[in-house]
Write a protein that binds this ligand. Structure first.
Ligand code: SF4
Ligand code: SF4
Length: 370
């Protein structure tokens, strides 16, 4: 029923209605929490009440049958309550250690036909949590790489670290399939960004039919788009011209004008960024920096991308001090040493801008130029 003070029930209900009773009773009165094993946390309240949380990895795109099973588990163990984390993990909460063990064992027993775990427990602390990602080839129109595909391939490669906490500190991985980056990539320990490397193609037969040309002109952040007239079948038609040397391959104009497709099998691929974080422990939050300027799309398993990420994690794991995030470690040893240790090639693509001493440094922006 609508909450008090609301005149309709349109839109999301107030989240407070969905608190498990123990959370509602102790809201704002938590003493401490700890991770008692990978994927299992306990929160202790001033009242002495406890909440045991079991976190499981989940796909961001789920089938109805999978969601039904999640709800069935919540009904069976948690009084119908569950929550999704910002990384699309699912958290089940119970009030006693015995209930937590029964829940954990139930989750571990649920497998797909091939034998792999349906509800892997993990994603906490100094390990790898679920990968935040964007839409990919199927669901958005400007992607330069897929989202679910490479994310699945990366997660398969680093899955052991989802279930353990052997790393020096949390490693948060994100993927955005274009430089619009609707996926928090700029502040993740490891970020994958899809990039285009060629300007949009111009389909003059359709620009005047499909597009508001002034909108396409206004959409370009670098003023590379301008209106023009071209000769088509003996007639002058209104169209668009692009100054290629100004283009940063962002695809904004394609968003406004479907006659400017930008996807390209050869030009598109991925960038790897590292060292970002939102935490202020040890050092201030920081943006990720580009460390690999281009990796081609190698569907369906993206071997170069996944191997490179796995390698960066291993080198970080062997060399960083406890509690040091990837970016903290790279800054302590120096980025030059980061490239030496990882063996990644340092190229001019990794430098922001050669002209301005303020940016005469490692690339931090997303305006990739090739
Ligand atoms: Fe679309 Fe870009 Fe977001 Fe991917 S990152 S979903 S291509 S806007
Ligand atoms: Fe401008 Fe971006 Fe289109 Fe290039 S891709 S012309 S920079 S809007």
């Amino acid at each position: 029923k609508p909450m008090e003070g609301r005149i309709t029930d349109i839109g999301p209900q107030h989240y407070a209605q969905f608190y498990p009773p123990v959370i509602a009773r102790n809201k704002g009165k938590w003493l401490y929490h700890e991770i008692i094993e990978p994927g299992v946390l306990v929160h202790v309240a001033e009242s002495g009440e406890k909440v045991y949380t079991v976190r499981v990895g989940a796909a961001r795109l789920m089938s109805i049958t999978h969601i039904r099973e999640i709800c069935e588990i919540a009904d069976k163990h948690c009084g119908g309550h569950l929550r999704f984390t910002t990384r699309n993990n699912v958290e089940f909460m119970v009030e006693t250690e015995e209930a937590m063990k029964a829940l954990r064992d139930d989750l571990a027993s649920r497998k797909f036909d091939g034998g792999s775990k349906k509800f892997p427990v993990g994603g906490t602390g100094a390990g790898i949590s679920n990968i935040v990602h964007t839409q990919g080839w199927v669901h958005c129109h400007t992607p330069a790489t897929d989202a679910s595909g490479p994310v699945k391939a990366i997660m398969d490669e680093v899955f052991e670290d989802f279930q353990s906490m052997r790393l020096p500190a949390p490693v948060r991985i994100s993927l955005a399939c274009c430089i619009n980056m609707c996926g928090a990539v700029h502040c993740s320990d490891i970020g994958v960004v899809g990039i285009h490397r060629k300007p949009p193609m111009i389909d003059h037969a359709w620009t005047d039919q499909l597009c508001e040309i002034p909108l396409a002109v206004a959409s370009c952040p670098t003023a590379a788009v301008r209106p023009t007239k071209v000769e088509l079948d003996g007639k002058k038609v209104n169209s668009i011209a692009i100054k290629n040397e100004r283009c940063m391959y962002c695809g904004n104009c394609y968003t406004m004008c479907p006659a400017l497709p930008i996807s390209d099998g050869e030009g598109d691929g991925c960038v790897i960024m590292v060292g970002g974080k939102v935490s202020n422990r040890i050092s201030m939050p920081k943006f990720s920096k580009v460390v690999v300027a281009y990796i081609p799309n190698e569907a369906p398993r993206w071997p170069t991308l996944t191997n490179t990420i796995k390698h960066i994690i291993e080198v970080y794991s062997e060399n960083a001090m406890k509690y040091e995030r990837l970016g903290d470690w790279a800054e302590r040893i120096g980025w030059e040493r980061f490239f030496q240790l990882t063996g990644l090639e340092f190229t001019h693509h990794l430098i922001d801008d050669f002209r301005d001493p303020a940016y005469y440094t490692w690339r931090q922006s997303t305006q990739f130029k090739f």
